[in-house]
Write a protein that binds this ligand. Structure first.
Ligand SMILES: NC(=O)c1ccc[n+]([C@@H]2O[C@H](COP(=O)([O-])OP(=O)(O)OC[C@H]3O[C@@H](n4cnc5c(N)ncnc54)[C@H](O)[C@@H]3O)[C@@H](O)[C@H]2O)c1
Length: 357
């Protein structure tokens, strides 16, 4: 357990909050000082498991709180993870995020940033007003394979962008809102696509329901990026785990790359050259499992906050989380109206245009 670094609290102690807390406890840039859940048993169980020690109460060892504001007033953390869930896996993020931001904390929120666009906009605006760093756990692009792919892109090895095709398939049998899969799964996929392709201008969505399901559990999204490139995304909550779960292909005039399963492998296919370059996750020193994407993402946020990176330059920012949600909102409108919908929203990324590359 580290004893220095940014003083961190975690709000929402479900499985994901517990994962965040364990990671903070092991990260040398953080000191986990408190956990909070409105369900007392969850807060108590997490605190007992984690042995959280607070500088304010070193003898107690385990400060569990049941109300965010109380915890903020008692501990004055530097940074909070907001790992609540709620309707569409995102409705509970708003209140504690706003409270933590108002208390001057940097916040790393879980995805989706919020299930309601207007509230998500308020959250991003509040972080800007207070001047703190606001990140979203868009963990799928915080992997060595994705970093390498980005480096190839920055070096011009993809060149003027033509297309991005992305798929993500997992099993989630939960039946809630009709748009649960679209809103809760696809912050990840849209973020990865925006990461390599920039802002999305227009979207058309078709969706279907697996036998016995009431929600739109599998969907396809056609997109046009602002830079003119095109994109296709297939996403599903109907595919049993065990086989590959994610694939992203980015193609340009100079070449294309394919990232398989976030960190397992990335392959560069240079145009006009039959020798491809393959990076495979190494056995020694490589990523072990999915929680490592959380470790990388959380460490990057801690690093950027510690180094004083300006809030508008945070990787996987609140603005990125909002932009992804705006694409998904347009997709829902497209599904409802059977039309192509223009994505409303701010442009938060300056990303690869079609210039020389
Ligand atoms: N990034 C990823 O890869 C990934 C993967 C899975 C889930 N998630 C996200 O993680 C989040 C949490 O998922 P989970 O499965 O742990 O959810 P969960 O519902 O099991 O846990 C959320 C907890 O937050 C608590 N809570 C709600 N409002 C609160 C408040 N105002 N103050 C304090 N506690 C509050 C609830 O009581 C609950 O215990 C979701 O938003 C989900 O979308 C992210």
């Amino acid at each position: 357990m580290s004893t220095s670094g940014l003083r961190v609290c975690v709000i929402g102690m479900g499985p994901i909050g517990n994962l965040h807390a364990s990671i903070y406890r092991e990260d040398p840039l953080a000191e986990l000082v408190g956990v909070c859940d409105v369900i007392r048993e969850r807060a108590d169980a997490a605190a007992a498991r984690l042995g959280v020690r607070s500088l304010a109460a070193p003898s107690r060892g385990v400060p569990a709180f049941y109300e965010t504001r109380q915890m903020l007033e008692a501990l004055h953390p530097d940074l909070c993870s907001v790992t609540t869930g709620g309707y569409e896996y995102g409705s509970d993020h708003y209140e504690p995020t706003m409270q933590a931001l108002e208390a001057g904390c940097h916040v790393l929120g879980e995805k989706p940033i919020c299930n309601e666009i207007l509230k998500a906009e308020e959250m991003v605006a509040k972080a800007r007003e207070v001047g703190v760093c606001y990140g979203i756990n868009l963990n799928h692009r915080f992997t060595p394979a994705a970093y390498l792919a980005k480096k190839w892109q920055d070096e011009g090895r993809i060149g003027p962008l033509l297309f991005i095709t992305m798929s993500m398939w997992i099993k989630n049998p939960a039946e809630s809102s009709p748009y649960y899969m679209i809103k809760a799964l696809n912050p990840h996929t849209v973020d990865v696509m925006r990461h390599f392709g920039g802002d999305v201008e227009a979207v058309q969505c078709f969706a279907t329901r697996a036998p016995g399901r009431t929600i739109w559990s599998t969907a396809h999204f056609s997109m046009r990026f602002k830079n003119g490139a095109i994109g296709g995304l297939t996403a599903s909550y109907d595919v049993e785990r065990g086989h590959p779960m994610e694939r992203c292909e980015v193609g340009g005039v100079n070449g294309r790359f394919v990232i398989d399963d976030m960190w397992r492998q990335v392959t560069l296919y240079p145009a006009g050259n039959l020798e491809k370059t393959v990076y495979t996750n190494p056995v020694f020193g490589g990523m072990r499992d999915f929680p490592d994407t959380f470790r990388n993402r959380i460490h990057k946020f801690l690093e950027q906050v510690s180094e004083g990176v300006p809030p508008d330059q945070i990787d996987g920012s609140g603005a990125d989380g909002l932009a992804a949600q705006q694409v998904l909102q347009a997709a829902i409108e497209s599904l409802e109206t059977e039309s192509v919908v223009t994505v409303r929203g701010e442009c938060s990324l300056s990303l690869p245009g079609r210039g020389p590359g």
